[in-house]
Structures are given as structure tokens and as C-alpha cells.
Design a protein around this ligand. Structure first.
Ligand SMILES: N[C@@H](CCC(=O)N[C@@H](CSS)C(=O)NCC(=O)O)C(=O)O
Length: 336
């Protein structure tokens, strides 16, 4: 069972009628049933690739240089049509804001899933162009923003909300934003996974996390594997996956599809062989006496990730320092 703190952030006075005031200790419990440990044998059920709610307005936007997806969500049934952007890119801010204006929405939040390494976030630029917008990032990112979220927090926009789930691995502060569970919320649910879970892939783990591994003497690859399975894969199987990037032309996936076909997250041969036992985290643990089969799930994942041989993102030296300050570094130059 996961526990979520129910938060509504205070809005600037011009927005006060948009959302309800902040409840202080309102706790909402969300059931989180465990996912099956191995691949289902039956063929994949065919799930819808779009979510429906009379309230939700949803758009997937693309920035082609970094292959980044930005997501626009709004409560269109609310009189003020409060909206938020997930992972906006500086280069496409004008496009996004003009789109928001065309649709008659009131942008209240500009949210990042993590400190990006391949592009500069648009959140800082958006704040200079639209008054009252608040930037959001996870507290664990250590980056600057107006508001910091932690696992279990909820970000409300009108009657809709996003839950915050921790999915570290690509960076320590990576979070996934998941649409709410409830009568007014979109069905199926939607998970904005940032770089934690990509379609048939996942974010590289050779940035911050190697340092963390050394410092904490803990295997982050094992950690991300566990996070993917327990924090993401406990969502309903029809939950739609919307990543921050795609390099192959995919736009959306589902939990079920990724459980079956994501090559980085489905290496469970040890479990199937009977040579493994389960530990508390759901990983296979090698058992003495199973010669030649003593490779754990986490070790396989680690080996895949250590052999990706990806070049460092071209913009990393510019993007990371800028994104640590909400993309506001050198803003005068950029907006000139
Ligand atoms: N070539 C691109 C960067 C490509 C890259 O490294 N993508 C990251 C996410 S953005 S930091 C990643 O995690 N990729 C995983 C994968 O399997 O591709 C550039 O130069 O910007």
C-alpha cells in the first residue's frame, strides 16, 4: 500500500479561484497491488492508446532536436481551464505558449520530471513570459524551482491531479507524474515517466548515479530495476506510458506492453529457472548450488546499462548548469 500526501499548492492571488485552498493533513491511500513476477503467458490484451475524461484536455508536443516530448494537460471543465506543461523545452516555448493561448487555457504550472542533460528546460523562460506560472521539480533533484515535490505529493489543476512517484536511476531526482485514481480522473491512467522509463528502453544510468553508487556503496542499477517494478509496474496494466523522449518514433505505450517487451526490464530468466529466490524487493537472488545460473536480475540489468556505449549528450555542459537553475541561466541572451 502506498501512501500519498494530498497537496494543493497556493496560487497567486489572480488564480485563487481556480483551485481549492491547501488541506494540511488530508491523506489519501492508494492501493498498489503487486504485479506478477514473470511475463504473462497469454497474448497481450489490446489496450486503448488514449485516455478519456470529459475534464481532461491532453496534448503531446515534440521538440525534434532533442527528441523531447512535452505534455500539456488541462482541466477544460473548470471555468478557468487551469493547465500545466510537463518537460517544456526552451526552444519550443513560444509554440507551446501560443498553443495554450489558442486553447483558452490558464497555464499555472511548468513541471520537470528531472534535471535534463540534453536540452534546456523551458520552465524559466515560461515564467518570464506568463505571470503567475510556478515551476516545479522534485526536492531530490537539488535544482531550483518555485515548488518542490516529493513522492506521494499531488499536483492539482482544477479537479484533476498528478501523483508524484520516485523513479531514480537516470538521475537521483527523477520522478514520474501519474494522473489520479478516482471518478473524475482520466481512464486509463497516464504516467509521465520522464527518462526513467522509455518505450522499450529506459534512461541511461551513467550520470549522477555512478557517483551515488560509489558514495553509498549501493547498486543504483539494482535500485532503478526495483523502482521500475514496484513504483511503475504496480500501476494498472492499461496505464499509458508517456516518456520524455523517443528516438524511434514511438509515442505511447502501456504498462502491459513494457512488462512484456521492454528488453531492459524483462530479464527474469533466473526467476523462471528455479535457481533464484525472491528477496523483499522482488529481485532474483542467486542461490548457492545453481552453477552457471548465478546471475541476478539486477546484474543483468546492470550489464545491459553498462554496455549501452552512448555518447554524452551534445548539450550536457550547457543544459545541466542551466537546468539546475530552472533554465534561467543566460536567459537574457536566449530571449534576445
Ligand atoms: N544523442 C542525444 C542524447 C541521447 C541520450 O543519451 N539520451 C538519454 C536521455 S536524454 S539525457 C538516454 O537516457 N538515452 C537512453 C537510450 O537508451 O537511448 C544527444 O546528444 O542529446
Amino acid at each position: 500500500m502506498l501512501q500519498f500526501r494530498f497537496l494543493r499548492f497556493p496560487l497567486p492571488s489572480s488564480n485563487l479561484s481556480t483551485l481549492s485552498p491547501i488541506p494540511t493533513t488530508n491523506l489519501l491511500r492508494i492501493s498498489a497491488s503487486r504485479s506478477p513476477s514473470s511475463k504473462p503467458r497469454s497474448p497481450m490484451a489490446s489496450y486503448t492508446t488514449s485516455s478519456s475524461s470529459p475534464k481532461l484536455l491532453f496534448r503531446q508536443l515534440f521538440e525534434k532536436e532533442s527528441s523531447t516530448y512535452t505534455y500539456l494537460l488541462a482541466d477544460q471543465s473548470h471555468p478557468e481551464k487551469p493547465a500545466l506543461l510537463v518537460d517544456p523545452v526552451d526552444k519550443t516555448v513560444d509554440r507551446d505558449l501560443s498553443f495554450v493561448k489558442d486553447l483558452g487555457l490558464k497555464l499555472i504550472y511548468a513541471i520537470n520530471t528531472h534535471v535534463h542533460a540534453d536540452h534546456v528546460t523551458g520552465t524559466g523562460l515560461i515564467k518570464t513570459k506568463v505571470s503567475g506560472v510556478r515551476s516545479i521539480i522534485s526536492k531530490a533533484s537539488n535544482a531550483k524551482a518555485d515548488l518542490f515535490v516529493e513522492p506521494g505529493d499531488k499536483i492539482c489543476f482544477g479537479d484533476l491531479f498528478l501523483e508524484v512517484r520516485a523513479t531514480p536511476g537516470h538521475t537521483l531526482g527523477c520522478v514520474t507524474y501519474v494522473t489520479g485514481d478516482g471518478p473524475d480522473q482520466p481512464q486509463p491512467r497516464m504516467a509521465f515517466t520522464g527518462d526513467a522509463l522509455l518505450i522499450r528502453g529506459c534512461g541511461r544510468t551513467d550520470f549522477q548515479c555512478k557517483i551515488w553508487v560509489e558514495v553509498q556503496n549501493c547498486c543504483i542499477n539494482q535500485c532503478i530495476h526495483r523502482q521500475e517494478h514496484e513504483i511503475i509496474f504496480t500501476l494498472p496494466k492499461d496505464t499509458l506510458i508517456y516518456p520524455a523522449h523517443d528516438y524511434k518514433g514511438f509515442t505511447v505505450s502501456t504498462i502491459q506492453e513494457e512488462m512484456l517487451y521492454n528488453p531492459r526490464l524483462t530479464k527474469d530468466e533466473v526467476l523462471k529457472s528455479g535457481c533464484g529466490r525472491r528477496n523483499g524487493g522482488g529481485d532474483a537472488v542467486a542461490v548457492a548450488g545453481c552453477k552457471g545460473r548465478s546471475v541476478t536480475v539486477a546484474e543483468k540489468f546492470k550489464s545491459i546499462m553498462e554496455n549501452l556505449n552512448l555518447a554524452y549528450p551534445k548539450m550536457i555542459d550547457v543544459a545541466v548548469p542551466a537546468n539546475m537553475v530552472c533554465g534561467l541561466q543566460d536567459l537574457a541572451f536566449k530571449s534576445a
